[in-house]
Design a protein. Sequence first.
Length: 147
Amino acid sequence: MEFKKEMVIGVWSLVSYHVTDAEGNKTYPMGEDCTGYIMYHHEGFMSAQMMSQGRSAYASGALHTGTKEEMAAAAEGYLAYCGPYEVDEENKIVTHHMAVSMNPTWLGDTQPRYVNLTDDILDISAPPIIVDGKVQNSSLVWKRLKV
């Protein structure tokens, strides 16, 4: 099937986020019930937001500040970044440029995402990474929202 940039444009809801190691063991870094959205705009910008379920509100009810423990727990269960993206149609790769990121390690980073698109399901995987000496492959499955 031919792949074109226009095919990813839109809003997608997270179905699944999991990591598989070299032995085939599957884990869910943000829980099996992780939720989120990824959006690709026709002008070349994208945004991804994901969160673990069950994150606690700050006891103070404040928007920007909680205790250090509350803020650390909230950040641990959240992933967000946005910025420009580009599409390599021939190789089915969408490259994300992290202009804004909740995790400062990703600021200014550029990361390729391998795309498999079937009907309204977008399966995105990242290149393998080494975590604690083990190769890990991540996969995020998204379903197109009809808006």
